[in-house]
Design a protein around this ligand. Structure first.
Ligand code: ADP
Length: 792
């Protein structure tokens, strides 16, 4: 009796290991090493590296280190298979994806055990979360395969996709990458992480078993060098990467100017915000899930606990009590809560960051320091009293360490939540629905969970703001990453950039100003005409070389001022869509009232015929009308995800956008790029055509008379490529569009790597008469998924 009482008191129970004999036998049969999976078959193993079970340290397999030649072979196989795969009917592709889902489901237990042995995550998680979500992803995208032609009309597959994934959710990340790519008609070369290649190789066998055509899925194992070779391969049309921000940045630079499409899902330091009116017990359970799920090795881990000062001690006490009940140990044991850290280097990284943090004299709590004698383990840890500047508050620890700090007001909570360079996810706990939704709207993160955490579903988009990357995975948003416009082949741009310092040469602005005030267009910053900081203007010439006016030679400083003005005008994004629509209609109306004047200006600058100039102005007015119309119609969505959740996919503006215009169609291109950006609530720094800037500078009179708030549109004239570079480097710019030369486009992409701003850079000759539609709006927004629970 005494024993039962004891058990009831301590709730202690014995080990309950999951059987692993099938997996071990499978591994034993392959002890000689795995080759790559290329063109539907495994290659001969070569240059083998060891794969370990992190919970025991034992070697469990060997995989091949992929060389550039392996990548070439895999890309060639994917290329060979792509046209045929894309030509299959949606229904046929759908059946293949469905078969993959079914086969994954049939092998669920095998895959869960293999994942746990390879990665160290508790079997409860791999069995109940990872693998079921893998199957769900393939089922969901089996559906998309048959819908894609209808739902994404006017688009085609991107082609061959290079996909690089991390080790924290090896098979789930594979599914997030492969399922949408295949559904959209692409073929793939996937590189799993070097610590955890085994479930990807098992998946390769499933592809064979399920009858997937050869070459549609190719898997090349190896480390970062293999990944870099995939990124560099000229035969790849798109790179999809999940991993660290640091590597994401290097991939952004490596792909700059290559024409490869890119999506990045990077690091995070996600806030977990608990208000005083939250259901504290649920919030504490949520925190346990947010940070100790998968040992905290989760890019969206709720690793920063922000708690209302009035309830902080209560929350900490509850957390400490809960921590005492967490079982750390054998991941194959079904009652283990916290498993092993993936590899010794990761464990060392966690320890190093903690040593740095502890030097700052923080309060560190660990319930029980006793860890298994072997393997890579780190105990659940709570650090309180953390300052925002502390290394532990700033850096992604990627381990089971929760850092906590307090706030007094909702505004302070939002400020602390946003005090990070990342923006992947956030969790908000309060029983007050108004507060929850308000805070969710104000936090800059791609996913916000209200009174919940770590909710994932194939139907909802997942991905970050800011340095957490760009692009989404899952749902409709994710699928659009794997399609491109089917406008045939675009003609590359011809012609040279204008030489702004050409005759009559640089004229100090003041002298000219004195001579003829009206002829010198100024910059337009923060709702005011501004002289260029350089004090210089350049001559705007007609095709015959005659001067038609002077434009300011804007520089770095002018761009900085314009970015500041744009940031100050952020309330534009919060104005109602109806208000924005009204302002855009007013712009169109005022442009229409002065159509003749604009047509004359275009004629004078470009030498266009009267007819062509009038047509360009007319098209510009129509375009402004179109985006006025769109302003309140580019709706988000409510995704059908889990039961008892409304998942709101909200289209939010980027914030501050740079827009660099090409030389052709100086008014129409300017309107076509600026209007969708501001219709969606962004504030813009526009760099007009360098050769023909005067229709854009005339435009500020239209802005002034159309109730466009100061700072919403800023216009900086000058050397478009130099100004584009400054915009690309500026951390205050959230997104940048560039249309111009190939070299300029490549520079924009490379220099954007600093804050990982989203870029849309094109060196194609664009038919501006047709350049409108929802693609522009999609590129002017980012999707935030807000998971809102209902029911008691
Ligand atoms: P983590 O911090 O999750 O280990 P990494 O970004 O280092 O993240 O690794 C994620 C994936 O990126 C892995 O598959 C790794 O091999 C790969 N990788 C690492 N370095 C590079 C690189 N320079 N280019 C491409 N892939 C890389």
């Amino acid at each position: 009796m005494g024993v039962i009482k004891d058990i009831l008191r301590t709730m202690d129970y014995g080990p309950s290991p999951e059987g692993s004999e099938h997996v071990r036998a499978w591994l034993d049969e392959r002890a000689g090493g795995f080759g790559h999976f290329i063109g539907g078959a495994f290659t001969r193993p070569h240059d083998l590296f060891d794969v370990f079970n992190p919970a025991s340290g034992e070697q469990i397999g060997r995989a091949s280190q992929g060389s550039p030649a392996d990548i070439d072979a895999a890309v060639a196989a994917a290329r060979k298979a792509q046209a045929k795969w894309a030509a299959l009917s949606g229904f046929e592709r759908s059946k293949h994806l469905y078969a993959l889902a079914r086969h994954v489901q049939k092998r669920e237990r095998f895959l869960a055990v293999l994942e746990t042995i390879d990665n160290g995550k508790p079997i409860r998680e791999s069995r109940d979360i990872d693998i079921p979500l893998v199957a769900r992803h393939f089922y969901h995208h089996a559906g998309w395969a048959s819908l894609i032609e209808n739902e994404f009309s006017g688009t085609k597959p991107v082609g061959v996709c290079g996909q690089i994934i991390p080790w924290n959710f090896p098979l789930l990340m594979l599914a997030w990458k492969i399922a949408p790519a295949l559904a959209a008609g692409n073929t793939v070369v996937l590189k799993p992480a070097e610590y955890t290649p085994l479930t990807a190789l098992a998946f390769a066998a499933i592809c064979v078993e399920a009858g997937l055509p050869a070459g549609v899925v190719n898997i090349v194992t190896g480390d970062g060098e293999t990944g870099a070779a995939l990124v560099a391969n000229a035969g790849v049309d798109k790179i999809a990467f999940t991993g660290s921000t640091e590597v994401g940045r290097s991939i952004r630079k490596a792909t700059a100017g290559s024409g490869k499409k890119l999506s990045l899902e990077l690091g995070g330091k996600s806030p977990f915000v608990v208000f005083e009116d939250a259901d504290l017990d649920s919030a504490v359970e949520g925190a346990v899930d947010a940070i100790w799920f998968n040992q905290g090795q989760v890019c969206c881990a709720g690793s920063r606990l922000l708690v209302a000062e009035s309830v902080a001690e209560t929350v900490y006490a509850k957390l400490r009590a809960r921590m005492a009940n967490l079982r750390v140990g054998d991941p194959l044991d079904k009652s283990t809560d916290v498993g092993a850290i993936v590899a010794p280097v990761q464990l060392e990284r966690i320890k190093r960051l903690m040593r740095e943090g502890e030097k700052e004299g923080l309060e560190v709590f660990r319930a029980d320091d006793s860890l298994p004698a072997r393997g890579c383990f780190y105990p659940p840890t709570l650090v309180t009293g953390i300052e925002p500047a502390s290394v532990l508050a700033r850096d992604e620890i990627f381990g089971p360490v929760l850092v906590a700090t307090t706030f007094r007001t909702p505004d302070e909570a939002v400020a602390l939540a946003n005090n990070t360079r990342y923006g992947l996810a956030a969790s908000v706990w309060t029983e007050n629905i108004n507060r929850a939704l308000e805070v969710a709207a104000r936090i800059k993160a791609g996913v916000v969970w209200i009174n919940s955490t770590n909710m994932f579903d194939a139907a909802a988009g997942f991905g970050g703001y800011r340095e957490s990357g760009f692009g989404r995975e899952g749902g409709r948003e994710g699928l659009s990453e794997y399609r491109v416009s089917d406008e045939g082949k675009v003609k590359p741009r011809s012609g040279k950039p204008p030489r702004l310092s050409a005759a009559p040469g640089l004229v100090p602005a003041r002298e000219v100003m004195g001579a003829d005030l009206d002829r010198t267009a100024k910059l337009y910053i923060g709702g005011k005409q501004a002289r260029p900081d350089s004090g210089y203007s350049y001559a705007v010439l007609d095709p015959a070389g005659h001067e038609v006016g002077l434009a300011g030679l804007g520089n770095r400083k002018d761009i900085r001022n314009a970015v500041e003005a744009a940031a100050k005008a952020a309330s534009w994004g919060a104005a109602t869509a109806h208000n924005r629509a009204q302002v855009l209609y007013y712009v169109a109306e005022n442009l229409s009232a002065r159509a003749g004047e604009f047509a004359r200006r275009l004629r004078a600058m470009t030498g266009a015929s009267t007819r062509a100039a009038v047509a360009e102005v007319e098209a510009s007015i129509r375009r402004a009308f179109v985006y006025a119309g769109y302003a309140d119609k580019f709706d988000g969505a409510v995704h059908a995800t889990r039961s008892r959740f409304v998942t709101l996919a909200m289209n939010e503006p980027w914030g501050v956008m740079g827009v660099v215009c090409p030389d052709e169609a100086p008014l129409l291109a300017f309107i076509s790029l600026v209007m969708p950006a501001i219709a969606m609530g962004n504030c813009v720094i526009a760099v007009p055509s360098a050769s023909h800037p005067l229709s854009a500078t005339d435009f500020y009179q239209i802005l002034e008379t159309s109730d466009v708030p100061a700072g919403v549109v800023n216009i900086v004239t000058g050397d478009a490529n130099a100004l584009a570079r400054t915009l690309a480097e500026h951390d205050g710019v959230d997104a940048l569009w560039y249309v111009g030369e190939a070299k300029g486009a490549a520079e924009v992409e490379a220099l954007s790597a600093g804050n990982l701003k989203a870029t849309w850079a094109s060196a194609a000759t664009i038919d501006w008469a047709k350049a409108e539609g929802s693609e522009y709006l999609r590129r002017a927004t980012q999707v935030k998924n807000i998971w809102t629970p209902y029911g008691e």
